[in-house]
Write a protein that binds this ligand. Structure first.
Ligand SMILES: Cc1ncc(COP(=O)(O)O)c(C=O)c1O
Length: 290
């Protein structure tokens, strides 16, 4: 049995009075998964892709979701309606294996703990327009990075190191081969072709990455799933990153070294425009100017 008095910060309290569930597998083991979905003017972008990935992650760590894809989609839509959400923002959805006495082995019977919340997030226009700086760091994560798991400590430490070095992101590499960034996918443009790490278990299969592959096809730009080396970066024509919150952001410096002329490149700009069109942003911009 667990004894009733719990130490919390420097105080002792009965566990019935705790504001958080202390025997929760997400909290104790990082035993869970999550999604972050972009919202533009109160509408989800790439919702189906995110819901598919949530189910893929759940299956990979053997969490049985109590809803099917359609039900989760409807709940997420209802969350926006209930909050009267009409602005640019994002939803964070988390699923853990559930609450149970602490034991590494899965509990016999447990219900997943699920929550989702919506918040405002304006587009980061300066990064999108001017580009960002990055550093390179060794990718010390596990071998199942395709699972969007709650175990984000290496990602958190990498992003913090980037910030401490005046950078927006950390470009991660395994033995010199670029995988992705701490919270985004990364791409190199060379001689009119886009190169990025293949969608293996070494990277998260980004929903924006999937959209970029589609845009590239529409724009007749070769999209080559071949990893590049850190040392290739200095000769790149363009480097950019992608994620639901960063969209398609140009990278203008890596490890203090300028990429090409130090300005966002032509293909990056074409993809940004395709993104804005696909997400319905460009349409709104055009309508506003008419
Ligand atoms: C490690 C990592 N890679 C890539 C991405 C980009 O994924 P998406 O485009 O689905 O937001 C993320 C997003 O959070 C991430 O954390």
């Amino acid at each position: 049995m667990v004894y009733p008095i719990i130490l919390t910060q420097s105080k002792f309290t009965h566990h019935d009075n705790l504001k958080y569930p202390f025997e929760e597998r997400g909290l104790q083991f990082g035993d869970g998964i999550y999604e972050v979905i972009r919202i533009y003017e109160g509408t989800y972008y790439l919702l189906e892709e995110h819901v598919n990935r949530l189910f893929r992650s759940a299956e990979a760590i053997k969490i049985q979701l109590p809803f099917n894809k359609e039900e989760i989609t409807n709940l997420l839509l209802e969350l926006l309606t209930k909050n009267k959400m009409t602005t640019d923002g994002k939803v964070y959805m988390q699923v853990t294996r559930g609450s149970a006495p602490r034991d590494h082995v899965f509990p016999d019977e447990v219900m997943p703990n699920i929550y989702a919340y919506v918040q405002d997030q304006p587009r980061s226009l300066s990064g999108l327009q001017d580009g960002v700086k990055t550093i390179t760091l060794r990718d010390i994560r596990w071998e199942n990075c395709y699972i969007k798991s709650l175990n984000l400590l290496p990602n958190v430490l990498a992003k913090q190191t980037a910030k401490e070095n005046g950078c927006y992101e950390a470009v991660l590499h395994k033995d010199g081969l670029v995988t992705e960034c701490s919270a985004s996918n990364v791409y190199m443009v060379k001689d009119g072709k886009i190169y990025t790490h293949p969608a293996t278990s070494n990277i998260l299969h980004g929903c924006v990455r999937m959209a970029i592959e589609r845009f590239a096809e529409e724009l007749n730009i070769p999209f080559i799933e071949e990893s590049f080396l850190v040392e290739d970066i200095s000769l790149a024509d363009e480097i950019f990153l992608s994620s639901s919150t960063s969209e398609i952001t140009p990278i203008i410096k890596v490890d203090n070294q300028q990429i090409a002329d130090g300005k966002p490149g032509k293909i990056t700009r074409q993809l940004q425009e395709a993104y804005e069109m696909d997400a319905g942003i460009l349409e709104k911009k055009i309508n506003q100017t008419v």
